[in-house]
Structures are given as C-alpha cells and as structure tokens.
Write a new protein. Structure first.
Lengths: 325, 243
C-alpha cells in the first residue's frame, strides 16, 4: 500500500490529473451542465489537437533539457509557406513536403546553433521566434493568399466518428501522441533523450551521441508545431500571419503543469497533454461559467505556479515515505 | 597471453600552454588492482580521461592486449573493455536502475540502423542479476538511482561494468563524499575485482584506501610518474615523500 502510494506520488502528472477532474466537476456544476454537453465537447475536441501537438514536441524537448520559444512562430510560418507555394500553382502534397522541410530546417538550425556555440536554447529560439514570425509576414506580403478550394481538408479537419463528435485532427493527435509516447518510453532513443536531459555528463561518458539526440528533439518539436499550424489554418480556412502568438509560453506552461521539469530529465508526453487539456478546460469553463474572460491568463499563471509547487511537494513527500529500495 | 592488458607509452597532453602529461609510460597487468595516487593537477585525471575516451592524447600510444588502440570516444574505450566509473557518478539520477544499467547499450527486440524497441523484460531481469552479482541488495530494478545512497550508486556502476564483462575498470575517486561504512563497501568491491579477473585502476587521494585494496601503487606528480612499486615493497611514508 505504502509502496503504491509512493509510486503514484512520484508520477509527476498525477497532481495535474487530479486537478483536471476537480475542475471538470466544478465547471460542469457552474455551467449548469453545459460543459460536458455534446455540442461543447465537439467544439472542445476540435480545437484541442492544435495546441496539444505543439505541447507534445515542447515536452519531449524539455525532457531532453532544452527549450523552444519559436514554436508559435513556426506554427504560423509552416502553413503560410504552403499557402504561398500553392498560390503559385504548386500541388498540396508538394507544398506540404516543402512546409515540413522548412520546419526541419528551423529545428536543425535551432539545435545546431545551441550546441555548436554552447548558448542557452532560450536565446537561440527566442531569436528564431522573431525571425520566423517576420518571415511569415514578409512572404505573405501583408496580404495572406487565398487557399485553393480543393484542399484535402477531409484528411485533417472534417468531422468523423459517432455523431460527428471528433475531427480528423483529433485522430492525428491521438496517433502522434501514442507514437511519441512509445518513442520516449519504449525505445533506446527515448532512453537516450532521458539520459541526455537527466544528467548530460553521464550520458556523454556512456557514449550517447547527445548532440544528435538534442538536434533530433529540436526537429521533432518544430515539425509538430508546423503540422499543428497547418491543421489550424485548414480549420479556419485562411492562413493568418498572426496565429500561434503566445503559444510558445502556453506550451511551456502545459508541459510544466503536466510535471515536466524545467531542467530536463523528468516528464511524460501524457503529462504535457494533461497540461494542455487543463488550459483548454479553464479557458472553456470560465466562458461557460460567465466569468470575465480576462481572468483566463490569471488562472493559467496561478495554475502554472501551483502545479510546480504541488509537484515538488509531492515528490518530497514521496521521498520521505520509507520504502526499502 | 601474459603481457599487460593495457600499456601506455610516452603519453603527452597540453592544455593551451600547460603541459599536463609529460611522456607518461605505464603498464597495467591482467587481474591486478593498481592504485593511482597524486595531488590535484598531477595528471591523474588527464591520464584516465585519455584511457576512457573523453579526451585524446597529443602524442604517444595506447596498447590494449598488445595491439595499438585508437581511442577517440567513450564508445571506443568501452568496446575495448575499459569501463570508467566517475567521481561525480556515471548515473542519471532521474532514471531507474534498470534503465541506467543499459544506457547506450540497450537490449533491443527489433532495430533499424541502431534505433529500436527496448527489451524491457530483459533489462529488468539482467539488472536484478547484475546487482546481485556484486552483492548489492536492492529490492527493485525500477527504483530511481536518485534515491540510492552514494555507495549504492557506486555499487550499481560497478555492477554495470561487471555485466558488460569489462576487462579493465577505472574507478575515479569512488569513495569521495561517502560515509565510512559505504567507503568500506566500495573498497570491498575493488578487492573483489581480482577474483573476477578484472584489472582495477583505483584513483584516490586517500593512501589508506589504496594500501588497503591494491597490489601496486603508481604515484604521479607534475605530469609524470614518480613512483611505481608493489604495495608490499613500499610504505605510505615513501609514497608521501615523492609527491
């Protein structure tokens, strides 16, 4: 019993999960039952994948011991690149490949600069945030191009499933979440990511190619952000250069709320997703409870601080439970 | 074969103007426990870093089992059977014992180009066995290394080296920051290496630890070897006088 308690208290995503359940119950009551209604859930699940995909990438990168503040800008740049290319007559698949290559290039550059010059990724990706955002506006020429009418939106944003509850994007998100989660927990590469972020000198001494591991995580993070941006643009029907603003910090908040440690090594994809769901639930729940929407950022801010404090308290309590190892 | 397992010949290393190793030559015999002693900056760590692939010598050569060896990364060194256990832990505290044991050498069920799916059952079973083999009593291979005491961590590091059948084990200040009881345990590990056909190179500041557990003592000062004698033919006072 004590042993089980200890194991659960050490799970960093636990605090967030409990809080999520509490908030769902609270909002369900406060909104008079609207919160868990079919229509509200349909809207909720339609938007969720976009931020969740970004958070998955950010969580993995943070476990590896690095940051990416450029995700919000890449979120806008990738679909804008595609839209501009498609406006010149290039087909959707070719534009998709080009857009993803842009993401790969940005991730590669973020990682290479960070490692080659031994600078904090906070700085590298802060710079990249401005660069990518600026490029987005420049290539659009100030007037976002119209999207062609025959896009394969059925593959990304059409409603599917029982009662048309979910969008295709939710299935993409589920598949990617499961894959990345397995990558992290069930492959040798995942082991290297945790070792690299957990204690770099040991990972180096054991012969892990830590530079390549980090660069791969930067690339994964960029590609997922760009893909998430594409999904949002297909949902909205128009590539706006301003989408994804502020998303980088929300993604970091989601990862932290879900128990990812700022200095690397600790965390789980599931935790990051719980973090995103919490943020979305608060956003949605406040509106349904007819609270002034300007309280949203206040709630996210306090939640982030609370989650970190709660996690470190739980970990300390768990450590003090005497179970022989 | 009765030649030395590792020989270094005329090793030199400069750090931007500082001549850290000045032509070091030394042999390590099979199944021998050697204590490497010296003050800070004497060149011990440089010598060890070169053997373990963390740094590369500027001049000189290394021979492993009689053959010249090019060691340019920790992986090369491990492949040659040289395992290094560092002072500040060669473990990742946020990972489990089973995972730590196999970092970089994970058993895989399937793999493509070196990347693949972990054989977690094998990792757990083999880590339980490896830990039992060094007489360490840990109940679960899933416990985080961060929860172990310093001595237990060194024990797990030694278990890892034994599991991968290393021929030479370099222990860099393994008793630093340990309690007396745990220090004795680590010294016990060093002694037991002989019974398992492993050459131990034990770096320490503490003469008593070296004299308690080794067959031979090598003392370094100012980038050179200043004494190389069997423990039975020397004394703590003699070693101290040359440092």
């Amino acid at each position: 019993m004590k042993r089980m308690l200890k194991i659960y208290m050490e799970k960093p995503e636990l605090a967030a999960l409990l809080l999520l359940l509490l908030l769902i119950i609270l909002f369900q009551i406060r909104s008079g039952g609207v919160f868990l209604s079919f229509d509200n859930l349909r809207g909720f699940f339609g938007i969720l994948p976009e931020m969740a995909l970004v958070a998955i990438g950010v969580t993995v990168l943070m476990i590896c011991g690095e940051f990416d503040l450029s995700v919000g800008a890449v979120f806008a740049l990738m679909p804008m690149t595609m839209a501009v290319l498609m406006a010149t007559g290039i087909s959707f698949p070719m534009a998709l490949i080009a857009g993803l290559l842009v993401c790969v290039a940005i991730g590669l550059l973020n990682g290479y600069l960070t490692i080659r010059f031994a600078i904090p990724s906070f700085i590298t990706t802060l710079g990249m945030m401005f660069v990518a955002r600026s490029l987005t506006v420049v290539i659009s020429g100030g007037f976002p191009p119209l999207l062609p009418a025959d896009l394969p939106t059925w593959l990304f944003t059409s409603f599917v499933g029982p009662g048309q509850l979910l969008r295709m994007s939710f299935l993409w998100f589920l598949a990617i979440a499961v894959l990345v989660s397995l990558l992290l927990s069930r492959t040798n590469f995942g082991n290297w990511i945790r070792a690299t972020g957990g204690f770099l000198p040991a990972a180096d001494a054991l012969g892990i190619p830590t530079a390549r591991v980090k660069i791969a995580c930067f690339i994964l993070c960029s590609v997922l952000s760009g893909f998430a941006g594409l999904i949002q643009v297909l949902r909205l029907g128009s590539p706006l250069p301003s989408i994804g603003e502020g998303m980088e910090l929300q993604a970091v908040a989601a990862a932290v709320i879900g128990g990812t440690a700022l200095n690397g090594g600790v965390g789980a994809v599931f935790g990051g997703i719980i973090g995103v769901i919490l943020i979305r639930v608060i956003d949605n729940g406040l509106i349904l409870s007819q609270v002034d929407a300007n309280w949203f950022k206040f709630a996210i801010g306090s939640l982030t601080i609370f989650a970190v404090v709660a996690n470190s308290w739980l970990r300390k309590r768990a450590k003090s439970i005497k179970v022989e190892v | 074969m009765n030649g030395p397992i590792v020989s270094v010949r005329n090793l030199h290393k400069w750090y931007s103007g500082v001549h850290a190793l000045k032509g070091v030559s030394v042999d390590f015999a099979r199944n021998e426990a050697v204590g490497l002693i010296g003050d800070n900056g004497a060149g011990k760590s440089t010598l060890i870093n070169i053997l373990s692939g963390v740094q590369k010598q500027d001049e000189g050569s290394i021979f492993v089992e009689g053959k010249e060896a090019a060691i340019s990364s920790p992986r090369d060194s491990m492949r040659l059977g040289i395992e290094t256990i560092y002072q500040y832990n060669s473990m990742v505290p946020t990972m489990s014992i089973a995972r730590n044991l196999f970092i970089g050498r994970e058993p895989l069920k399937y793999s493509f180009f070196g990347l693949g799916v972990l054989d977690i059952r094998k990792m757990r079973e083999e880590s339980v066995q490896a830990i039992a083999d060094v007489d360490l009593h840990l109940r679960s291979p899933d416990a985080l290394v961060g929860e172990l005491s310093g001595g237990q961590r060194q024990g797990v590091a030694i278990a890892r080296a034994m599991h991968f059948k290393s021929k030479v084990m370099i222990l860099d200040e393994p008793t630093n920051h340990l309690s007396v009881k745990e220090t004795n345990k680590v010294i016990g590990f060093v002694r037991s290496l002989k019974g398992q056909n492993v050459t131990g190179i034990f770096i320490s500041h503490n003469m008593h630890h070296v004299f308690d557990s080794c067959d031979r003592v090598v003392a370094m000062a100012r980038g050179q070897i200043v004494l190389d004698k069997r423990i039975s033919e020397t004394s703590i006072d003699e070693v101290q006088s040359v440092l």
